[in-house]
Design a protein around this ligand. Structure first.
Ligand code: KG4
Ligand code: ZN
Length: 354
């Protein structure tokens, strides 16, 4: 099929990110070409609050989205008439921030008559592997971000089966909340990763939950409480922050590693490729441990791990036949979040929402 140009819009949390890319629609064997990709991260603004404040994040998206769009089209040397579809993260995410991107996509669609492709943020994170590398289906996906930790079997760009989930916090949340307890700033994943490079991961023992269960089930509330207890019991000058970070990170990575083995067992497909994506997939220790234990593992390139517009446009290209003109393209699901018509039907069939 003829190459298509996709505009990707991502505003599900605290990154406003826009991309323009071109490529062959469908699960193509070659990576798409990035024509422009620009982001604004609210990290510095949100540091004051120690986390994401949805209302503030939404207002910032509103402020940044139009200049970013403008600047991306300039970078690519294109006008809006050149695009074939508008891809937008519609779910899951924070309602206010999501609505900012969705309203922008709807407006552009109304003005230009270009179709919208509703993008599931989690699927886009994993499928971002194809921005730099071709991995064949089916594969086992480990999605580790600030809001989710999921093991999935991915049979096609549209078929994702959940093999395991977290019952409380996500891995990124464990990093961020742990970092907050240690006074490290927000988001703390990258800071803990860097400090850990000079720390002794065996110095302290933080718990790994559900060690002996056969499910690919994760839980990070225990390790967080254990860190809180450690900080309350030990005066600041009695430990090296690097050792605490390395030991805490060790417990999170150990859980993700052990439960990946369980997820593979559950899928009964030992030899499938494994793809790791989402913000926490940037973590150097996670990369080292999983690479040592699983020979067929690939990681999304670090620049496409945290929230970005390129992964949204890339995923939309892979499900291009879902493109529909507004307003037919978007449906509200049982949780009041926008999804595509196909995903709503899937949700009703499986009784599952992501
Ligand atoms: O995928 P993402 O940008 O946002 C969500 O969809 O949630 O992931 C953000 C998360 C944050 O929790 C952040 O602390 C974490 O990814 N993160 C890391 C690293 N870089 C980002 N966690 C551990 N090590 C890192 N190097
Ligand atoms: Zn994300």
């Amino acid at each position: 099929m003829k190459e298509k140009i996709i505009l990707g819009i991502e505003t599900s949390c605290d990154d406003t990110s826009i991309a323009l890319l071109s490529g062959e629609p469908g699960p193509s064997i070659s990576s798409p070409k990035i024509l422009a990709h620009q982001s604004f991260s609210q990290e510095l603004l949100l540091q004051k609050w120690g986390g994401v404040v949805p209302e503030i994040a939404a207002r910032n998206h509103l402020e940044k989205i139009t200049p970013l769009l403008d600047s991306c089209f300039k970078e690519a040397g294109l006008t809006i008439s050149a695009i074939d579809a508008i891809a937008v993260t519609t779910h899951p995410g924070l309602l206010g921030p999501l609505l900012t991107g969705i309203n922008c996509a709807k407006t552009l669609s109304l003005l230009t008559k270009k179709p919208i492709i509703s993008v599931n943020h989690l699927y886009a994170h994993l499928e971002a592997i194809h921005l730099t590398k071709q991995v064949t289906y089916p594969y086992i996906g480990l999605l580790v971000s600030g809001g989710h930790s999921l093991y999935l079997k991915v049979s096609s760009p549209k078929h994702f089966e959940i093999l395991g989930n977290t019952i409380d916090d996500a891995a990124g949340e464990a990093f961020d909340k742990g970092g907050k307890l240690l006074g490290l700033g927000y988001p703390a994943g990258k800071i803990i990763d860097e400090l850990s490079l000079n720390g002794n991961a065996q110095k302290y023992s933080f718990p790994v939950s559900h060690l002996n269960t056969d499910e690919a089930m994760l839980s990070f509330s225990g390790v967080k409480t254990s860190l809180r207890n450690f900080i309350e019991k030990n005066p600041k000058d009695s430990y090296l922050i690097e050792d605490v970070c390395a030991s805490y990170q060790e417990a999170i990575v150990k859980a993700l590693d052990l439960k990946l083995k369980k997820a593979i067992e559950i899928s009964s497909s030992e030899s499938l490729p494994i793809v790791v994506g989402g913000g926490v997939a940037c973590n150097s220790h996670l990369r080292a441990v999983l690479s040592a234990h699983f020979k067929n593992v690939s990681f999304v390139a670090p620049k496409y791990c945290t929230d970005n517009g390129a992964m949204v446009a890339n995923y939309a290209l892979r499900i291009f036949d879902d493109a529909l003109p507004f307003p037919k393209c978007l449906e509200l699901d049982a949780r009041g979040q926008y999804v595509s018509k196909k995903e709503k039907l899937d949700q009703q069939r499986k009784g599952q929402t992501l």
